[in-house]
Design a protein around this ligand. Structure first.
Ligand code: HEC
Ligand code: HEC
Length: 231
């Protein structure tokens, strides 16, 4: 798997967009990359592709600008780019099997990703998962409203109503937390909520929400978000 698309990439380097890179760009923003009827996420739901990500969005994934020339991915957990992509594909997009190296879609995605940064090498990006969940100090709710819009609204829709949400599988926030007292007796609902945001689907209850690393969402912004949601 190590040689995934490297040969192809070398051939096309410097020749502008290729048909494969254009197909890859389409796949990048197409939820139908995954065959699951329950999937509504595309790569573009969670990743920016520009060197400076847009100021009005807080993506859970890193920007993929220069991604193909990073030495490793997922904070060092993945040393093969296709595996790093497949992890997202199976964990978040309900793909039933990892993307195969010989799949034309894998090659197209690779060429698109390789076109996102022309540099020969890009440093690995930090990715710090919060392991132990602690409560965080509450911040200002005006900032929290901005954080909600930038980070959560696309998937969960408007606070309190869910209006415009990307999928009915994403529950209405913060109302879903009203069940937490009964489900997790002895733990404050705010802490259960933080656990979900920090661990995503990798929480006891599963699902397919992505986790927010420290780089993706600071404790300060998380505290503001909780204040906005009244948790
Ligand atoms: C539901 C959200 C979500 C979706 C959909 C998603 N990803 Fe990710 N992805 C993440 C998160 C979270 C990480 C871990 C943080 C990081 O490294 O960006 C990640 C990590 C990565 C990484 C490693 C980046 C690095 O330098 O560490 C790559 C590459 C990647 N994703 C590519 C893709 C591609 C291509 C797709 C579409 C096939 C995709 N992702 C779909 C959330 C998502
Ligand atoms: C890429 C889409 C996506 C984004 C972005 C996202 N969520 Fe979610 N979230 C989901 C989905 C889908 C579920 C239901 C499946 C699951 O639990 O993983 C969910 C579940 C949850 C739950 C758990 C509900 C329960 O069952 O108890 C909480 C809490 C939550 N999200 C909070 C947030 C907050 C806060 C943000 C923003 C910081 C956010 N989510 C961003 C998709 C998303």
């Amino acid at each position: 798997m190590k040689g995934w698309a490297w040969g192809v990439a070398l051939l096309v380097a410097g020749c502008g967009p290729t048909p494969a890179a254009e197909y890859g760009e389409e796949l990048f923003s197409d939820p139908k990359l995954s065959q699951s009827q329950y999937n509504t996420f595309s790569c573009a739901t969670c990743h920016a592709t520009t060197a400076t990500p847009p100021a009005d969005k807080l993506y859970t994934g890193l920007s993929l600008h220069g991604v193909a020339s990073r030495p490793h991915w997922w904070g060092g957990y993945e040393t093969n780019l296709l595996d790093a992509v497949s992890f997202c594909y199976t964990a978040f997009m309900r793909g039933t099997a990892p993307l195969a190296p010989e799949d034309p879609r894998s090659r197209a995605l690779y060429e698109y990703l390789a076109s996102l940064g022309p540099d020969a090498s890009t440093p690995a990006q930090p990715f710090t998962l919060v392991k132990d969940i602690d409560d965080v100090p509450r911040g200002g709710s005006a900032r929290g409203a901005d954080v909600y819009r930038a980070a959560c609204q696309e998937c969960h829709g408007a606070a309190h109503t869910g209006k415009g949400r990307l999928t009915p599988l994403a529950p209405v926030l913060p109302e879903v937390s009203q069940e937490y007292g009964e489900l997790f007796p002895g733990v404050s609902p705010g802490v259960v909520f933080i656990e979900k945001v920090r661990h995503g689907r990798f929480f006891g209850v599963g699902g397919n929400m992505p986790p927010y690393s420290q780089e993706a969402l600071s404790d300060q912004d998380l505290g503001a978000l909780l204040a906005f949601l009244g948790l």
